[in-house]
Design a protein around this ligand. Structure first.
Ligand code: PMV
Length: 307
């Protein structure tokens, strides 16, 4: 049958956030069960219906600064095409504004839908650049990790400005992703870290370097199936993020609750100050830790298997 739906996944950063802005590596994975989908239907002009954002945009009449319009404009320019006469309905199960990459997933799905409507395809390398361009307009100077994991839908070893490396997970592992329910702007946390690092580089460069070292060890563990090492690495990474001032009382409370309930380790994920944390669990401990996280105040807890 004719394919009329395309999609893109959520993402979660496992190790290395913030330090990645300063050239250290970060490790991130797609979360394939949370997705943004884009469905084509007939229309007499290009319209974009974003169901979960309660929006319908008629492309020719919409605000040029709107992220959906910017992605459309950049994509049509790349494809050297006029707006296709279709409606694109965007639906998303990715919570907005909680560091799971909802914005990049929406842009990715939209770019794919436009290409599909035009009977073309966009190579991932080019789609990644287009999505990054939209991220850059709205989030300052992002490292590019979100769009990369989401467009390629592969575990990624990410170093800023260097060639993409995907990772192979030797043994699947179970992760809980728990939302504090507190929204926080990543660019505020990134700006505050920049103030620390530039005012006292001698004090803070070693912290960034240690996060880089933990991330390298996590890669070795993941690629060799030594998943039992990940919990301790997560705990050490969280402590360094606390030092960088990007944790929060709610994150620390939930991280502690997860550890007490039997998680091998836990840490904040993404920009911090709110948003999500991740807990490394096993199939045996996952349900108990999930219950405790909800009881301790997490507004949403997902279980996912990284493979
Ligand atoms: O909040 P998120 O998931 O978009 O992640 C931000 C990650 C940072 O390293 C803090 C910033 C960046 O651009 O990499």
């Amino acid at each position: 049958s004719l394919m009329t739906t395309v999609s893109a996944p959520a993402k979660v950063i496992l190790f290395g956030e913030h330090a990645v802005v300063y050239g250290e590596p970060a490790l991130a994975v797609p979360v394939s069960q949370l997705r943004t989908t884009a469905t084509l239907s007939a229309a007499d002009q290009l319209t974009i219906t974003a169901t979960d954002m309660d929006e319908t945009l008629v492309f020719t009449q919409a605000d040029a600064a709107h992220p959906l319009v910017q992605m459309t404009t950049l994509t049509l320019r790349f494809l050297d095409a006029l707006p296709p006469e279709v409606n694109i309905t965007l639906r998303s199960t990715i919570p907005l504004g909680s560091g799971l990459g909802s914005g990049a997933a929406v842009s990715t799905a939209l770019g794919r839908a436009l290409a599909l409507a035009l009977g073309q395809t966009i190579p991932d390398v080019d789609l990644n650049a287009l999505v990054y361009e939209v991220e850059r307009i709205h989030h300052g100077t992002p490292s590019g990790i979100d769009n990369t994991v989401i467009v390629y839908e592969r575990p990624v070893w990410f170093i800023r400005d260097s060639v993409l490396e995907t990772l192979t997970i030797a043994q699947p592992f179970t992760l809980l992703i728990a939302d504090t329910g507190q929204s926080a702007l990543t660019h505020h946390a990134v700006t505050d870290v920049r103030t620390l690092v530039t005012s006292q580089p001698d004090a803070w460069q070693p912290v960034l370097a240690e996060i880089g070292e933990i991330t390298r060890q996590a890669r070795i563990a993941i690629e060799s199936g030594a998943n039992e090492r990940l919990g301790d690495l997560a705990n050490r990474n969280h402590a360094l993020l606390q030092q960088l001032t990007v944790s929060s009382p709610a994150l620390d409370h939930l991280v502690a609750a997860a550890r007490q309930a039997g998680a091998a380790g836990a840490k904040l994920s993404g920009g911090g100050r709110g948003g999500n944390l991740i807990a490394f669990v096993t199939p045996d401990t996952a349900d108990a830790v999930q219950k405790v996280l909800v009881a301790a105040g997490a507004v949403r807890v997902f279980q996912t298997v990284i493979q």
